[in-house]
Design a protein around this ligand. Structure first.
Ligand code: SAM
Length: 328
């Protein structure tokens, strides 16, 4: 049975962005935003409760039993009645997310989300958009090789897409200094042209397959570069400038796949974000590792999954691209 409302979990600090994007929120409790109708693919949600139900409960045990009757694995997002909620949680199978090694596929087991909205009222959804509890992807971090933590954004995206550039792909990494993304791409065996006005970390520049040009990303001529398998852009610039850059590469270049960070300086530029979102076949997401920014993805000939709340399955993107295991 599908629900007549959906619950969206906003990324920390971005509840207003989610409320704005939805436009018709009926209730906001902490970071949970309730809105009417079936799930919509919004950018400013860290997790979407695809088929939430309001469940009256008589006791702690009754609550736990009702959740267990729906399915096995549950993640609590506690907003009220915290102690009582924890006592219910204690009667459920333990779900302790472990940090994942890079290169590991996302968990497959269905994971629901629930909250105790009132003393005797649960809101629980057996199916959620993210395979990770509350959309929080935790990696075992490599603190020695990459020059910064920016690589986590890219790895989170590849994990969620279950897609990554194939070895030997030609990748452009615009705004790639000091080299976190370039490090990921080089480790995948790609050929990388990194362009930034700032220097690349010498250890990254020395990696096989990496070429670096000290140049403004906006000065690079797509016609001179030729065909590009993946265009990555993490340049700090206003969203409308990024839009023009992407447009130029779409018009003159031969880039097949795009992964671009839309960075907001000051107030969120919803208008330009919506322009990116409206690009046919593309997807706009707020990754767990994103700050005040969104990641725009356009994959060549690849359709992104639509939500499938009816059959209770977590939607998945099964790309044609292999993701070689990377040892940490
Ligand atoms: C967030 S950092 C990128 C981090 C990088 N993705 C990594 O993994 O290490 C943003 C970069 O944008 C660069 N940048 C700003 N304006 C630029 C421009 N016009 N052309 C190229 N790079 C630019 C900055 O020098 C900075 O290195």
């Amino acid at each position: 049975m599908s629900s007549d409302f959906t619950v969206y979990l906003a990324p920390k600090g971005f509840t207003d962005e989610l409320v704005y994007e939805l436009g018709d929120a009926t209730e906001v409790v902490d970071r949970l935003v309730f809105a009417p109708g079936p799930p919509r693919p919004v950018a400013w949600a860290q997790n979407i409760w695809l088929n939430p139900q309001r469940i009256r409960v008589e006791s702690i045990t009754d609550a736990a039993n009702k959740l267990k009757a729906l399915q096995r694995n549950w993640a609590l997002w506690s907003v009220r009645h915290h102690r009582r909620a924890r006592l219910i949680e204690a009667q459920l199978p333990s779900v302790k997310p472990k940090p994942m090694a890079i290169g590991t596929p996302p968990p497959r087991a269905p994971l629901g989300s629930w909250t105790l909205l009132e003393r005797d009222l649960l809101v629980a959804s057996p199916a959620c958009s993210s395979p990770f509890a509350h959309g929080e992807v935790q990696f075992l971090e490599n603190k020695t090789d990459p020059p910064n933590r920016a690589y986590l954004k890219l790895w989170e995206l590849f994990t969620l897409l279950e897609a990554a550039p194939k070895p030997e792909s030609f990748c452009l990494d615009l705004g790639g200094s000091p080299g976190g993304w370039t490090w990921v791409l080089a480790r995948l065996g790609c050929r990388v042209l990194t362009v930034d006005k700032a220097p690349l970390d010498p250890r990254i520049e020395a990696l096989p397959g990496v070429e670096y040009r000290m140049l403004s990303a906006f000065a690079l001529d797509p016609r001179e570069v030729g065909p590009v398998d993946w265009l990555f852009c993490d340049v700090v610039c206003y969203p409308d400038r990024l839009w023009r850059l992407v447009d130029r590469w779409r018009t003159f270049g031969k880039a097949r796949n795009f992964v671009c960070t839309i960075k907001f300086q000051g107030p969120t530029d919803h208008e330009t974000a919506a322009k990116f979102w409206a690009f046919p076949g593309s997807r706009l997401v707020h990754l767990h590792n994103n700050k005040h920014e969104l990641t725009w993805v356009l994959l060549d000939g690849e359709e992104f999954p639509t939500f499938a709340p009816e059959d209770g399955e977590t939607p998945r993107k099964l790309g044609e691209f292999g993701m070689p295991g990377v040892e940490e």
